[in-house]
Design a protein around this ligand. Structure first.
Ligand SMILES: Nc1nc2c(ncn2[C@@H]2O[C@H](COP(=O)(O)OP(=O)(O)OP(=O)(O)O)[C@@H](O)[C@H]2O)c(=O)[nH]1
Ligand SMILES: [Mg+2]
Length: 527
């Protein structure tokens, strides 16, 4: 007991402490500085019945021990700090604390908190239970992760399955989610964590379907950190922007310019990249001005793509390019030195790559659509081939290597490239071959090292083959250049907060790498 506590004791209580030897005369002098009062306490102490005090202490202890309540144990220690039962009382208090910590750790269902309990109470009888709880939680987390991965792969499978109708895709995805939720294989929070991890897991339409059947709410999406502007767009049911202009099949490229071809599997981001490039070319940030070639077969499509990509606002992206369609989009870029660069971008449906792969592997029957696409390709790059300079962008969609049971992007790209090589399309007039990694925003670290490493890990053979094509055809000193490309922040697959920086870099590359015609002279300078 410290002095302050002793001051609050009555004279009799002080006399008892003195009789028991818990305080000495010096301490008493501090508590009762008045000699008369002190004397009174000393006389009282001589008359204290210690046996009676002892009996009182034992009676209290019997009750406290039986009740085993924390506050009673603490009060006992306060009142009888030197009791022979004090050690036992302190032990009981420690056990109380241990139990309380154990209860909190157990109820927390948290590996970290259970581990802290084990560290703090290594000899506790609950350590074994804590360890098995940790294992159980880790197992549960693994199973949960496994089920979530499985769901993500099922969703992706439905979305990529070109044999299904839109309704079948919608029902398939809805059932895959609801079945797991209804059988408690995953919780709503689990599902939301999947959406949080990948904002592009589902497209805007599918998210709206799930909102309509009350699986999720717009508020849930806001809670997982999705920008309200995307949610606003969603609630207005904004759909991808279809191009509904008339389509005239492409026979040849009838305009002397550097032809830039974009090769890539379906949904790899070709049309979006081209739209973003067109928008950046029009912005005035890189090129001084741009004059579109209104005689281009894809003139209407070019205007549509350019108009979609408006910076600093949430836009609805373009819908997939219709099978068999080839669009040729010509324009003249005027650079800062007033030199003109005549460029034609060629957008092709991704199915063409699968068809080229089929041809290379001599696998499966060609459909009518395949024959149409091959026919156009043959006209544009073989029989009606121009003598214009050419560049090729091989588009690689970032981060889709873990898809199982599907032909990989690498296989398609290599097959298609082999077939293109056999058609001799890289000969004579090719100035550059690029690898463009699209959807680069999906990478954990958007660094040059990350993307170099990505190509090394997943596309090494393809990259080397392209280098060999460059060597064989004396293209760009045998070098294939790679660039990472992103539209900015893409959400629900169909909406985007467009950041033009990647596209501006491509426009700058096009200006740097295409022949320039001096304004007014109409003359081409060879590279
Ligand atoms: N995260 C992210 N997603 C993108 C990006 N670019 C495109 N996407 C997504 O990819 C989808 C397909 O893009 P498209 O440009 O239509 O792909 P494509 O290669 O033209 O496809 P096909 O015309 O079918 O061959 C878009 O709807 C977006 O959801 C990007 O930079 N980042
Ligand atoms: Mg497309």
């Amino acid at each position: 007991m410290d002095i302050n506590e002793l001051i609050n004791l009555s004279d009799y209580e002080l006399a008892v402490e003195l009789a028991k030897g818990n305080i000495d005369l010096r301490t008493l002098a501090k508590v009762r500085p008045d000699p008369v009062a002190r004397k009174k306490v000393r006389e009282m102490s001589r008359n204290v019945d210690l046996d009676r005090e002892k009996r009182e202490e034992e009676r209290r202890w019997a009750i406290v021990k039986k009740n085993c309540e924390l506050d009673e144990l603490e009060a006992f220690i306060d009142d009888y700090p030197n009791s022979i039962h004090a050690a036992e009382a302190r032990g009981m208090i420690a056990r109380h604390e241990e139990l309380q910590h154990w209860k909190q750790a157990k109820d927390s269902d948290d590996v970290g908190k259970l581990q802290i309990f084990i560290n703090d109470y290594p000899r506790s009888e609950y350590v074994k239970e804590a360890r098995s709880l940790i294992n159980e939680i880790k197992n549960r987390a693994r199973n949960r992760q496994f089920r979530l991965r499985e769901l993500a792969m099922d969703i992706d499978g439905f979305q990529r399955n070109k044999l299904l109708t839109d309704e079948q895709v919608e029902t398939g995805i809805k059932n895959a989610i609801m079945r797991r939720l209804n059988t408690n294989q995953i919780s709503k929070d689990d599902f939301l964590s999947l959406l949080k991890e990948d904002n592009n897991l589902l497209n805007a339409h599918m998210i709206n379907v799930l909102i309509n059947v009350n699986v999720i709410t717009p508020g849930d999406l806001s809670d997982i950190g999705i920008d309200d502007r995307f949610i606003y767009k969603l609630t207005r049911n904004a759909a991808p922007q279809n191009y509904d202009g008339e389509y005239r099949p492409l026979e040849k490229i009838d305009w002397s310019s550097t032809e830039v071809y974009f090769w890539g599997v379906p949904s790899s981001g070709k049309s979006c990249a081209i739209g973003a490039i067109l928008s950046a070319a029009h912005s005035g940030n890189v090129a001084k001005s741009i004059i579109s070639n209104n005689a281009s077969q894809g003139y209407g499509y070019m205007n549509h793509l350019k108009d979609v990509f408006r910076p600093d606002m949430v836009i609805s992206l373009v819908a997939g390019t219709a099978k068999t369609c080839f669009y040729e989009m010509g324009f003249t870029l005027v650079d800062n030195d007033n030199k003109k660069h005549r460029i034609t971008l060629i957008d092709m449906a991704g199915e063409l790559m699968q068809c080229l792969y089929k041809k290379d592997a001599d696998e499966g029957q060609l459909t009518d659509a395949d024959k149409t696409m091959l026919g156009t390709l043959n006209k544009v790059l073989v029989s009606n081939r121009t003598r214009s300079r050419k560049m090729h962008f091989f588009v690689i969609e970032y981060g889709v290597e873990d898809r199982e049971g599907q032909t990989t992007q690498d296989t398609y790209l290599r097959g298609a490239m082999n077939y293109l090589r056999s058609l001799n399309i890289f000969k004579d007039d090719t100035d550059a071959i690029f690898i463009m990694i699209t959807k680069a925003d999906k990478a954990k670290a958007e660094s040059a090292a990350e993307f170099r490493n990505y190509i090394q890990s997943h596309f090494k053979g393809f990259y080397k083959d392209l280098c060999q094509i460059c060597e064989e055809n004396e293209i760009n000193g045998g070098r294939v250049e790679s660039l990472a490309f992103s539209l900015g922040n893409v959400c629900f697959q169909n909406y985007c907060l467009f950041d033009p920086r990647s596209a501006e870099f491509v426009v700058k590359t096009l200006i740097d790498r295409t022949p320039a015609e001096r304004s007014g002279f109409g003359k081409w300078f060879s590279k």
